[in-house]
Design a protein around this ligand. Structure first.
Ligand code: MN
Ligand code: MN
Length: 293
């Protein structure tokens, strides 16, 4: 069933804002610019549109596929040759638009083309009755035809109010069966193309966290962290957003108690390059609406 008109309008408006902010943000990325400036500028632009961030802006370099963002004391600068993924989540009243693109500061046009073509092909075949596995096959086909590997252990995902990861998963490789798409489903499709192994693993760097449970805590600094992220309603937050010298001890304690989870940076093998493109779509009776187009 399609969402009602009010909800549909939130999804469409969130998608328009996300698309506009992401494109403006991409234009800020040049060799020599500071990562922290770009991240803060994009997150601020999102806020100016009276929308909220569904998660911290993900800005991931080269072999890093996802889940990086600026640290509180970020010093990195963009360099010639970098392949930079920008992944933005905007919400209006909890209705989320999740969209990503890749900026090429080198000569990696073919790598970017692979994830663009994969995303377009998957969107083209979306309609009720098609399986998520068929979308994965389309994505894999486009990426491999260009001589790259899809990242097999990252997927697209359903979206629900204030919730970024719900069923169905949309695989980036061919998959027997999978969820049957239905009219009204809202999900993100996000192919990743890689020059590396096609699998990501966790790095030690962690900048993004999420509260997953509500429990009483004794540690003062941990209570302060929970107070500062209460208005997130369970959506992820950045270490950078917490203004507290004891944030790292507090976060470690909250993770230990099963109240907060971390999202380590996810990377393919050192020296590889990864591109990503993502849109949020709503399945209609004969195709889909791309909210973030
Ligand atoms: Mn995303
Ligand atoms: Mn996503």
């Amino acid at each position: 069933m399609m969402p009602d008109d009010e909800v549909l309008a939130y999804y469409r408006d969130a998608g328009k804002i996300a698309s506009k902010v992401l494109k403006k943000g991409a234009s800020l990325i040049r060799a020599g610019s500071r990562v922290l400036d770009v991240v803060e500028c994009i997150e601020q632009m999102a806020g100016e549109n009276s929308a909220g961030l569904a998660f911290p802006l993900n800005l991931s370099f080269n072999e890093d596929a996802a889940h990086d963002t600026a640290s509180p004391d970020e010093q990195r600068i963009f360099s010639e040759g970098d392949v930079v993924k920008l992944d933005l989540g905007i919400h209006l009243e909890g209705y989320i638009a999740d969209t990503a693109l890749t900026v090429d500061l080198g000569d990696h046009g073919l790598l970017l083309e692979a994830s663009i073509a994969a995303l377009e092909k998957a969107i083209e075949i979306v309609r009720p009755g098609v399986t998520s596995g068929a979308l994965g096959a389309a994505i894999q086909g486009e990426i491999e035809a260009r001589g790259f590997r899809p990242i097999t252990n990252l997927t697209g995902h359903g979206l629900a109010r204030y919730s970024i990861h719900t069923p169905p998963n949309i695989p980036n490789i061919s998959f027997p069966g999978g969820a049957k798409l239905e009219e009204g489903m809202v999900f993100a499709i996000e192919p990743f193309a890689s020059t590396g192994s096609g699998r990501v693993s966790e790095k030690s760097r962690v900048e993004i966290f999420q509260q997953t449970a509500v429990k009483p805590v004794r540690l003062h600094s941990a209570r302060k962290v929970l107070d500062s992220v209460r208005d997130r309603r369970g959506m992820p937050f950045a270490r950078r957003w917490i203004e507290d010298g004891k944030q790292d001890i507090a976060l470690a304690s909250l993770i230990n108690q099963g109240i907060v989870r971390s999202y380590p940076v996810l990377s393919d093998i050192p020296g590889s390059l990864v591109s990503q493109h993502e849109h949020t779509i709503i399945v209609t009776s004969d195709g889909c609406i791309v909210t973030t187009a």
